[in-house]
Design a protein. Structure first.
Length: 166
């Protein structure tokens, strides 16, 4: 193979791997027909709406929880009505950051010239919901076991420290 064809194959492979990358800045090759990604963070909690500019009505509105990511893509000509909603929007909410995956939700939307994406930032700071993994933290007074309180209580005998070793 000639060096030029090897280079062309390498570029084609790189482009095929990078297609579908979801990133707030548009990823490897941003364009107006690629995906739109919004990540909600503690100091930047986002609400995203898709507005029909003909009626100024929000046809899609999502208060994105902190720590989550909304990715959406518009497919031209894939809607159910050639005049009112000729396009289709595919979208998904994931734990952030997510760079690939299937957009499994969909909604028919107005054409590109009659819709607007409106992103607003809510009051800050906004914290992510507590993880179930950290539910029993010993620094929360209501989660402390009885033997850790000022009143005291019996120390459990089945803990890892008090187990008999055979």
């Amino acid at each position: 193979m000639r060096p030029r064809s090897i280079y062309a194959c390498a570029c084609a492979l790189a482009m095929s791997v990078s297609v579908g990358c979801y990133a707030p800045d548009g990823g490897f090759s941003p364009s107006s027909n690629s995906t739109f990604t919004y990540i909600s963070e503690t100091w930047s909690p986002k609400t995203v709406q898709v507005i029909d500019t003909r009626s100024n009505e929000a046809i899609f509105s999502l208060r994105l929880p902190v720590g989550k990511q909304l990715t959406m893509k518009f497919l031209e000509g894939e809607g159910d009505d050639p005049v009112r909603t000729p396009d289709r929007m595919q979208w998904e909410v994931w734990d952030a950051p997510q760079s690939t995956g299937k957009l499994s939700n969909q909604l028919t939307v107005p054409p590109a010239g009659a819709r607007r994406i409106q992103m607003t930032i809510r009051d800050v700071p906004e914290y992510p919901p507590d993880s179930e993994m950290y539910r029993l933290r010993v620094d929360d007074p209501e989660d402390r076991p009885p033997h850790w309180t000022p009143e005291g209580g019996p120390i459990p005998q089945d803990g890892p420290i008090n187990r008999r070793r055979d």
